[in-house]
Write a protein that binds this ligand. Sequence first.
Ligand SMILES: Cc1ncc(COP(=O)(O)O)c(C=O)c1O
Length: 409
Amino acid sequence: MSVSWSNVFAARTSRMKASDIRELLKLTARPEIISLAGGLPAPELFPIDEYRRAFEWVLETNGSAALQYGPSEGYRPLRELLATRMTGMGIPAMADQVLITNGSQRGLDLVGKIFLNPGDAVCLENPSYMGAIQAFDSYQADYVIVPMDDDGMRAEELDLILTKRPAKFIYALPNFQNPSGRWMSTERRKILVDTAKKHGIPIIEDDPYGELRFEGEARPSLRSLWPEGVIYLGTFSKILAPGFRLGWMVIPETAYDEVVFGKQPADLHTSMATQMATYEVCRQDGFLDAHVERIREVYRERRDVMLRALEAHFPEGCTWTRAQGGLFVWAELPPSVDARDLLVDALEENVAFVPGQSFHADRSGHNTIRLNFSNVSSDRIEEGIARLGRAITRRLARVGTRPEVAVSP
Ligand SMILES: Cc1ncc(COP(=O)(O)O)c(C=O)c1O
């Protein structure tokens, strides 16, 4: 008898769907396409030599530990280094609160695993990070969404929203959010924390981009405002390289063991060799700070090129964020434009972007797009935005600037 696989899958798999735009975005591998779609760092900035030397050193001096199983919590010296570095940046952390993960994506999955029963609600920004929505979807989450504006989550609406529908936790991206590039104001951070306290629910602060700030002064981390109520997620993906899959969580003591027990059956621990080499790279005097500064400079310049190109080439009726850090500009098109249809036109012009709808847990945002500037050279950004501007203008000529309104007889 043959297996009927669809009868065997768990109910939760019904929410684990491949995104339909992924098929279209596969086309972006063609060399003639300028892809503003990915969320990738600039590979020319990867510290390849530093890692080569670090791996050599680790294998020569402590190869047996590097290739052996290790503790689930992570390599102790790296946990200590992270705790010191974060505390110095205004994100209070003790080594015992740090858990090393396989990227912060694993951290998001662990958060879902630890907190969510099917049907539990997660409170998040609209839009929010697609990978988090996918992680929470796989634990059959529902969503309570909070609108945003240029100052980030509209935290002043949160109290009412949570009163109507309580949530298990709030997932927030205060720094240069993926996808919108927005930076939550200090005032809203305080309101967010006060409201979470009032409702007695934790905050998950996901912060891959906090160090990639192009201008202005750092704003207080949510964790600094409420250390006992915030789980912080950090990652090396955007400050060193994503390929090693190395991230970390800072977890209040009372929740720490539970998360470790969630990690153990998933992967036992994170690669020791990778953690040890990364520790060696990070502990070189001044290297990491100088390296992050270099990344900031390159991305800031690319962001500037993108903003100038948008000004020059996007038709009237489009708006976009200024992205004071991170990897992304977020644009809103006239409501008559469906970004998925636009992607088909854009690919004909040999340029790609990510339609914004998948970042909305409520499936709104049909006329929004995410544009990446970190993984494209400046001249290609300029050309890519010019091509995209042409595609939008062509589409607008076809559909007009106003959405079709159904008229009842
Ligand atoms: C907001 C956000 N969280 C988490 C991740 C996952 O990062 P990592 O490479 O550390 O798994 C990303 C990746 O782009 C992201 O943008």
